[in-house]
Design a protein around this ligand. Sequence first.
Ligand code: NAP
Length: 284
Amino acid sequence: MVKACMIGLGRTGKIVAKNMIGRKDIQLVMAVCRPGSDKIGQDVGTLLGISETGIKVMGSNLLNEGLRIFKPDVAIDFTNPEACITNATVLARNKINAVIATTGFTDIQFQKLRSIAVQNKVGMVIAPNITLGVNVLQFLCKIAAQLLDDYDVEIIEEHFKDKKDIPSGTAIKIAESISEGRGIEDSVKILTENDAISLRGANIIPIHSLRAGGIVGVHKVMFASDEDSVEIMHQSFTRSAFAKGAIKAAKFIVGRKGVYDMADVLNLEEALERFANKQRDSHA
Ligand SMILES: NC(=O)c1ccc[n+]([C@@H]2O[C@H](COP(=O)([O-])OP(=O)(O)OC[C@H]3O[C@@H](n4cnc5c(N)ncnc54)[C@H](OP(=O)(O)O)[C@@H]3O)[C@@H](O)[C@H]2O)c1
């Protein structure tokens, strides 16, 4: 049984915590919120609208002390970039592996996060896109980018109105996969609609971001030529999809060292190799 600490009890963190209750493979042992939050001291079950669990919510200012008492094997962070880096430092110093699902890091913050894991010799999954479906979309886009190498590519992402990071971390990851598929470096650019039109064709992958209502998450990638187009799309219906991925990543990172992503957790490269081998065998 993996013992888990949930950090960040907002829109998504609460759903992830709820999905951990009553499971045989993972057990929630700590629930951590923002220092000064009115969630501090509440039973996490009450906060989640279920029966009491005996786990009291604590502020992240007491993370160090909490880790020593409750000894989780892994922590999952759904907070914000600044809070996450502070929390990740405390976790790493306590040799606790982590799943970083928080998004919106600057390049410098991202490098800092990696070095926290490497220098402290702990395991970390950095997962700006934690669902199985969106990782498969990213993988398919990498292949499509190779096969349709002279097609224009446009990424359209849609999220709820209060989502802070624009574009989404997932959209940036998709753009990176497409660049990788085409063997292009440094091609990811965040553009306005007008820039996207004027710069089209110059190794630019435009990302269009929409923020409206309660949309959980949509990523569409369009490959278009003068003759036809192909669209690959992923849509999250419920935040439980994030919980599924986060729990899988938490179980994966226990006992490992180093920095991983969701493609490692989901073993996507191996799946592609198996597919390619099957194809080869069928022609033999
Ligand atoms: N990887 C993925 O696939 C994926 C999926 C969904 C979301 N996310 C990311 O996860 C993050 C959270 O998303 P969300 O939608 O749940 O946002 P949210 O509702 O704003 O939740 C963030 C939570 O973090 C809490 N917090 C702030 N500072 C903290 C600290 N120092 N220690 C502990 N908790 C702290 C906030 O508390 P207060 O409300 O009290 O300030 C809030 O409850 C975002 O970066 C989002 O982009 C990633």
